[in-house]
Design a protein around this ligand. Structure first.
Ligand SMILES: NC(=O)C1=CN([C@@H]2O[C@H](COP(=O)(O)OP(=O)(O)OC[C@H]3O[C@@H](n4cnc5c(N)ncnc54)[C@H](O)[C@@H]3O)[C@@H](O)[C@H]2O)C=CC1
Ligand SMILES: O=C([O-])CC(=O)C(=O)O
Length: 342
C-alpha cells in the first residue's frame, strides 16, 4: 500500500492550488456521459474522474450504470459522481451540464462497416440529443456514437428542430484518428509522440478519414509507397481493432483516451485558456460537405474559429476527392433520418 507520508500533504496541495496562477479549481465543469456503462463509457468516465478540472460527473445508461457510478465515486478526486439509470433519469442527469459526451450505442463486429450501425444507433443519438436540447441546450455536445459521419448531422438536425442549434457547440468526436496518426507516424520516424501532431480531416470512416501527413509537426517525409501504406493504416485502424477483438467490440480504451483529451481541451477553452486546438467533425463551409473535420480553435463559446485544411499535397487532394461522395451521402442519410422522424 502507498504510504500516506510518502505523498504530498493535502494542506500543501491546497496551498499550491490557491496560489497557482493557473488555478481553475473553483470553476465548475459539469460533464455528462450518456452510455457511461459501456466499453468506452467506463474508461472515459474513469479518465474524467481523474481530471481536477471536472467538478461534476453525471453518468447515464440504460443498464449497469449505478454500479459504475458507485465504484468511481470512491476515487479520491474532485469530481462528484452520480449515476442515472434509465429514461426517467435522463433529464436529471443532463440538468446544468456544460459538456455532454455520447458514446451510447452498439459497436461493430468483424465484417461490418460503421454505416451498418446506422439502423440501431441513429435513433439512440436522436433521442438522447432531444433530451439535451430540452435540458441543457447550451451544453457542448460531443457525439462519439458511430457512424459519426451521420450521427453528428443527426444531432445537429435535432437541435435545429428544437430551435437551439448553435454550430459552435456541436462536435463529432474524431480525436481518435489524430491519436492514431500521431502514434503511427511517431513510431515510423522514431519521434517523441508527445510532440508529434498530425491533423486529420474529412469524416470518421474508411476513405473519409484523411490524414494530412504533409502538415505533421515536426515535418516528416516518406517515400510515396510508405506514405500510402501509412494513410491506409490510419483509415483502417478502427477495423484493425475490430478484427483483433474478434467479435468483442471495437476500440474502447484508445477511444476513451481520445475523448478525454478532447473534453479536457474543451473545458480548458471554456475556462478561458487560449490556443486550444482540436480536430473535430463540425458544421463546415470548407468543402461541399456540410459537415467536415478540420482543426478548430476552441474558446469560451465552443468553436471560435475553423482553422481549415491548409494547403494539401496532390496525393491528399486525391484522398479528399475520393472521400467526398461517401461523406456527402452519409450526411444526407443522417439529415433525412431526422426529416422523416416525427
Ligand atoms: N467516434 C469514434 O472515434 C469511435 C466511436 N465508437 C462508437 O462508440 C459507440 C459505443 O461503443 P462501445 O462503448 O464500445 O459500445 P458498448 O456496447 O460497450 O457500450 C454502449 C453503451 O451504450 C448503452 N446504451 C445503449 N443504448 C442506450 C441509450 N438509448 N441510452 C443510453 N445508453 C445506451 C449500452 O447500455 C452500453 O452500456 C459505438 O457506436 C462505437 O461504434 C467506437 C470507437 C471510436
Ligand atoms: O471502428 C469502429 O467501429 C470504431 C471506431 O470508430 C474506431 O475505432 O475508429
Amino acid at each position: 500500500m502507498l504510504s500516506r507520508v510518502a505523498r504530498p500533504s493535502r494542506l500543501l496541495c491546497v496551498v499550491r492550488e490557491q496560489f497557482s496562477p493557473k488555478r481553475n479549481l473553483t470553476k465548475e465543469a459539469r460533464v455528462a456521459v450518456l452510455g457511461a456503462a459501456g466499453g468506452i463509457g467506463q474508461p472515459l468516465s474513469l479518465l474524467l474522474k481523474q481530471m481536477p478540472i471536472v467538478s461534476h460527473l453525471n453518468l447515464y445508461d440504460i443498464a449497469h450504470v449505478m454500479g459504475v457510478a458507485s465504484d468511481l465515486s470512491h476515487i479520491e478526486s474532485r469530481a462528484k459522481v452520480q449515476g442515472f439509470l434509465g429514461p426517467d433519469n435522463l433529464r436529471p442527469c443532463l440538468d446544468g451540464a456544460d459538456i455532454v459526451l455520447i458514446p451510447a450505442g452498439v459497436p461493430r463486429k468483424p465484417g461490418m462497416t460503421r454505416d451498418d450501425l446506422f439502423n440501431t444507433n441513429a435513433a439512440i443519438v436522436r433521442d438522447l440529443t432531444a433530451a439535451v436540447a430540452e435540458s441543457c441546450p447550451k451544453a457542448m455536445l460531443g457525439i462519439i456514437t458511430n457512424p459519426v459521419n451521420s450521427t453528428a448531422p443527426i444531432a445537429s438536425e435535432v437541435l435545429k428542430k428544437h430551435g437551439v442549434y448553435d454550430p459552435r457547440r456541436a462536435f463529432g468526436v474524431t480525436t481518435l484518428d489524430v491519436v492514431r496518426s500521431n502514434t503511427f507516424i511517431a513510431e515510423a520516424k522514431g519521434l517523441d509522440v508527445s510532440k508529434t501532431n498530425v491533423p486529420v480531416i474529412g469524416g470518421h470512416s474508411g476513405i473519409t478519414i484523411i490524414p494530412l501527413i504533409s502538415q505533421c509537426t515536426p515535418p516528416v517525409s516518406f517515400p510515396p509507397e510508405e506514405r500510402v501504406k501509412l494513410s491506409m493504416r490510419i483509415q483502417n485502424a478502427g477495423t484493425e481493432v475490430v478484427d483483433a477483438k474478434a467479435g468483442a467490440g471495437s476500440a474502447t480504451l484508445s477511444m476513451a483516451f481520445a475523448a478525454a483529451e478532447f473534453c479536457k481541451s474543451l473545458i480548458e477553452a471554456l475556462n478561458g485558456q487560449e490556443g486550444k486546438v482540436q480536430c473535430a467533425y463540425v458544421r463546415s463551409e470548407e468543402t461541399e460537405a456540410k459537415y467536415f473535420a478540420t482543426p478548430v480553435l476552441l474558446g469560451k463559446e465552443g468553436i471560435e474559429k475553423n482553422l481549415g485544411m491548409g494547403k494539401l499535397l496532390d496525393v491528399e487532394v486525391n484522398l479528399l476527392k475520393a472521400a467526398m461522395p461517401e461523406l456527402i451521402a452519409n450526411i444526407q442519410k443522417g439529415e433525412q433520418f431526422v426529416g422523416d422522424s416525427k
